[in-house]
Design a protein around this ligand. Structure first.
Ligand code: MN
Length: 325
């Protein structure tokens, strides 16, 4: 989806050192998707003190949202650069169209991974049959060496791996013997875990990874710390098991992780770059080529089959920020 904040701040994100200590609980903030249809999302990344978990740089969690009341998700064509988007649903269905010619349904339990690389545009609309929309949109920052790669869209349905007390769907990377074939550009993991009531799971994880656990529903503790619903637990690298203990209703959660990213990035609206000037250039190209209709091809291409105007970029912030590091 698009970052539809009216005045998105430009964030300069350094490769952050892991924090000392065990579990850090990150609170979500409510962000309206805006427009005439006012669906809200809960954003846990980026935030002031924690912007990256591995290459994971954006976590929006939404629903269960009764579409009859909110209008659901209607995101017109908008651009991305320098990142990958992961769409993951718990309920409902989204119609995806992009400028590399993809027209695909986003369905429950299926990975839809869009690599923006040097530039892509896409639209996302919840389908007419959707009554409840519930899921997450996650972004991955591309390392400098890979961020100008050609855009591509991939689909993958992970098998459900049964563990004692839990089932696991691995949509990015490898976990519990299940490996996703989805294209990645740094060492990463992403999975849905469904924990049975009162189960205790000692999950084997890569000790070189930092990890995040987003609780979608139920009750869970992570390494002994209670995690409120819709919050994101962060854990630094260094240990090869992650302890998850479910309460009486079980728990559904998303696990994300990866090697500390180690690069500074500049993130504004739907773009990731390395400098302020680069972001300004991306915005200009979108506004001129696509919103203004100057160039049929160009960096972002065209989304075929969407009946409506592309999304104009917001105004740039008045301040100019430099990446550090
Ligand atoms: Mn998007």
């Amino acid at each position: 989806m698009s970052n539809l904040e009216k005045e998105p701040p430009e964030l300069v994100i350094d490769g952050e050192p892991p924090v000392a200590g065990a579990i850090e609980i990150l609170e979500p903030r409510d962000v309206p998707l805006g427009g005439p249809r006012a669906m809200n999302v809960r954003r846990t990344l980026p935030q002031r003190h924690r912007s990256l978990i591995g290459a994971w740089c954006f976590v929006d969690h939404y629903g269960p949202d009764v579409v009859a009341g909110s209008g659901g998700m209607v995101v017109p064509p908008h651009p991305h650069t320098g990142l990958q988007t992961v769409s993951w649903l718990f309920a409902g269905e989204i119609d995806h169209r992009d400028s590399v010619g993809t027209h695909a349904p986003v369905r429950v339990g299926e990975l839809n991974l869009m690599t923006a690389g040097h530039g892509i545009a896409h639209s996302e609309v919840s389908t007419d049959a959707t009554t409840v929309l519930h899921g997450a949109q996650l972004w991955l920052a591309l390392p400098d060496a890979s961020r100008h790669t050609a855009p591509v869209f991939e689909h993958y349905t992970p098998p459900v791996v049964a563990l004692p007390g839990a089932s696991v769907r691995v949509f990015i990377g490898s976990l519990v013997g299940s490996t996703s074939p989805a294209l990645t550009f740094s060492a990463l993991v992403g999975a849905q875990l469904d924990l049975e009531p009162f189960s205790t799971v000692q999950l084997p994880v890569d000790a070189a990874f930092e990890h995040g656990v987003l609780l979608d529903a139920g009750t869970v503790s992570v390494d002994g710390d209670e995690l409120p619903v819709a919050h994101l637990a962060y854990r630094e690298p260094g240990r090869s098991t992650l302890q998850l203990v479910a309460g009486a209703t079980g728990a559904r959660l998303l696990l994300i992780g990866g090697e500390p990213f180690g690069e500074s990035i500049v993130m504004w609206w739907n773009f990731i770059g390395r400098t302020h000037e680069e972001i300004v250039g991306f915005r200009d190209e979108w506004q001129t080529d696509v919103v203004g209709g100057a160039t049929p091809e160009g960096r972002f291409g065209r989304v075929a089959g969407y009946a409506g105007r592309p999304l104009p970029a917001p105004e740039l912030p008045g301040v100019r920020l430099k990446p550090r590091g």
